[in-house]
Design a protein around this ligand. Structure first.
Ligand code: G1P
Length: 287
């Protein structure tokens, strides 16, 4: 079955970014000149997704405004003769059909995904976590949809992570089925490195079977007292197959202030209009 819908979870408080996130959503923080969430929406659209469900919460109104049309701004830019920016601002409002649903309590990633249940319905769907920005020649989700088309079930984006990073991710117990593709035998949320089943960590891209919803409804609070998607997936394993896929592309973690800064610098170094000056700046700074 073709995957048409995507869920983007954007309901967290962004506590790691306070005070920057006191009155603005974390997902609106920029990497260079684009808010995190725009990278995600662009990846979804470039992967063929037709409808995006964004799970938001209180104080997240500017997320909706960002993807809305602003005729005032467009006219202003037109009057100023800045047609390139006018184009860009207009393009953002036409990127995708997006609907929004609010998670009323921050009870975890699994709980946030459950909020989208009725909008998703009985079909497989994509999930994007905006903390994980992935850039590359072929959008990560496009690669995943292709793999999902071959194997079915549910599919998790995975990457090898450093031992000291294991406790930050969902970790799979893998059985290799093809180059870069693993059958998931089990998965654990943020294990101690000594007890982790592997060093293959789950990155924020999933293609999920709709059976995840009843599995999540049965899931009790786990790590950190939250309803974890990882635990819902572990339940799902009893009845359906789950796979992991080592996607191609550069994975930029935007989940902490320092990693966001590093991600911004890497992206600026890849931009023809910024590369030279950025290199010069870094060289001078570190002299
Ligand atoms: C979430 C998931 C975790 C996954 C990670 C990827 O954790 O719970 O399994 O590995 O995203 O970024 P979070 O980073 O929201 O704590």
């Amino acid at each position: 079955m073709r995957v048409r819908k995507a869920v983007i979870t954007a309901a967290g408080w962004g506590t790691r970014f306070l005070p920057a996130t006191k009155s603005q959503p974390k997902e609106m923080l920029p990497l260079v000149d684009k808010p995190m969430i725009q990278y995600i929406v662009e990846e979804a659209v470039a992967s063929g997704i037709e409808l995006i469900v964004v799970v938001t919460s209180l104080w997240k109104g500017t997320l909706e405004d960002h993807f809305d049309r602003s005729r005032e701004l467009e006219s202003f830019l037109e009057e100023k003769g800045n047609l390139e920016l006018r184009e860009e601002v207009g393009r953002i409002s036409q990127l995708a059909d997006i609907c929004y649903i609010r998670q009323k309590e921050q009870l975890g990633l699994g709980h946030a995904i459950l909020a989208a249940k009725l909008m998703v319905g009985e079909e497989p769907f994509a999930v994007f976590l905006p903390d994980d920005i992935i850039v590359g020649a072929v959008p990560a989700m496009k690669q995943m949809l292709e793999v999902h088309g071959r194997y079915g079930g549910s599919l998790l984006a995975i990457r090898r992570v450093e031992r000291e990073q294991i406790g930050r991710f969902g970790i799979i117990d893998p059985e290799r089925v093809a180059e870069g593709v693993y059958r998931v035998r089990n998965l654990v949320e943020k294990p101690d490195p000594e007890r982790a089943p592997s060093n293959l960590g789950v990155v924020g891209r999933y293609v999920l079977s709709p059976s995840i919803f009843p599995a999540l409804e049965k899931t009790l609070p786990g790590k950190g007292g939250e309803i974890q998607l990882t635990d819902g997936l572990a339940t799902l394993l009893a009845t359906e197959e789950v796979f992991g896929y080592e996607f191609q592309g550069t994975w930029l973690d935007a989940g902490t202030p320092l990693s966001l800064l590093k991600a911004s610098v890497s992206l600026a170094l890849g931009r023809p209009d910024m590369e030279e000056e950025m290199r010069h700046f870094l060289k001078e700074l570190l002299r």
